[in-house]
Design a binder for this molecule. Structure first.
Ligand code: ADP
Ligand code: MG
Length: 341
């Protein structure tokens, strides 16, 4: 049997703690893209560019025109458990930003070579910090906003690097993350390049256009607009008609307070609402946004925040089910007739 070395209990070094956390927070390039995009949106950006090289493994560079970070705060941005988004438990319970854990940049910086460049509205020029929170801050150039440049992901953790898939697969995951986020925020323009080639570009528009752009004409021509409110709950967006259903569940976008989620309860509620109009082996397409008081939902369930927990999950299930079922039923004549009408 292997011999476990017996050692006294010791506190782990900071870098190692971050590398362990990185396993959860940034398990692959697309997770880095998600964290950086969420930071850009939290900073109030209206224009975001994503540049990837070699599926994001070689490079992920995200630039925004948001409020930026003051030079004296740059080291803190890369420090673990440091955040400008919450300061107390009551802030946590009412959190309205996408981020709040204060560990993404520190985790990323522990497994990649990071340069953070930022310029606030009142600064004469940009400042940058390289490597980690212990690095110094130096003058730099650049427009108002922030650029996070992430090179050579997992260069210092070869075991993790081995789990990465092909460049195309990793790129595909990154592009999916960009699409999910762009779909939630038609008020922000996004562009995505891979190895210098422009893959996607979305100008500021309305939800109707952004979703048509991202889900395609098939969806745009066969969908029902929905906007229902009941008490503290509002559900809005588009439910695809049966003709826009797919053999795979890749046209399903559900957001809770602007955050893309894949939640069993919500998937079930929508699925049940489609039961009368859709055969069992087809998957409905939809873009649905549920907005509610942040105090009624816990987003602190998992580091990636893709699962949420509702305070009253039965009420949410009922509401979503009925709202979707109602819109499908109202127009069932259309659904089974001329869907272009
Ligand atoms: P969190 O988003 O949970 O606060 P992060 O590690 O992702 O933690 O970011 C740490 C802090 O750095 C944020 O709280 C924010 O103040 C700042 N920050 C990160 N990215 C940006 C950005 N793109 N623009 C402005 N500030 C940023
Ligand atoms: Mg963040």
């Amino acid at each position: 049997a292997p011999i476990t070395p017996h050692r006294p209990i010791q506190a782990l070094p900071d870098q190692l703690i971050s590398q362990i956390a990185a396993g959860e927070v940034v398990e692959r390039p697309s997770a880095v893209v998600k964290e950086l995009l969420e930071n850009a949106l939290d900073s109030g950006a209206t224009q975001i560019t994503v540049r990837l090289e070699e599926g994001g493994v070689k490079r992920i560079a995200i630039t925004d025109n948001g409020r930026g970070i003051a030079p004296e705060q740059l080291p803190l941005a890369l420090a673990r458990h440091a955040t400008s988004k919450i300061a107390s438990l009551s802030d946590l319970e009412n959190v309205g930003t996408l981020g709040f854990r204060g560990e993404a940049l520190a985790s990323i910086a522990s497994v990649a070579a990071v340069t953070l460049t930022s310029r606030t509205a009142d600064a004469a020029h940009a400042w940058e910090i390289v490597g980690s929170h212990t690095g110094g801050v130096a003058p730099s150039s650049g427009a108002h906003g922030t650029t996070v440049d992430v090179l050579d992901l997992y260069f210092n953790t070869p075991a993790r690097r081995k789990f990465l898939k092909s460049e195309q697969t990793e790129f595909g995951h990154c592009a999916e993350v960009v699409r999910r986020i762009a779909l939630a925020r038609p008020d922000v323009s996004f562009s995505l390049t891979h190895n210098g080639r422009t893959i996607d570009h979305w100008n500021v528009s309305e939800m109707a256009r952004r979703s048509a752009h991202i889900l395609g004409d098939g969806f745009a021509q066969a969908r029902l607009a929905l906007d229902e409110t009941a008490g503290p709950l509002r559900l809005h967006g588009f439910a695809g008609l049966p003709t826009a259903s797919k053999a795979r569940a890749d046209g399903q976008f559900f957001y809770v307070n602007g955050r893309f989620v894949r939640d069993k309860l919500l998937v079930h509620a929508v699925r049940a609402a489609y039961q009368d109009v859709l055969h069992g082996d087809r998957f409905p397409s939809y873009v649905l946004a549920l907005d509610l008081d942040p105090a009624l939902v816990d987003v602190n369930v998992h580091p990636s925040k893709i699962e949420v927990r509702f305070r009253d999950s039965r009420a949410v299930h009922q509401f979503v089910f009925h709202a979707v079922q109602r819109v499908l039923a109202q127009t069932s004549a259309t659904a089974f007739g001329n869907v272009q009408a």
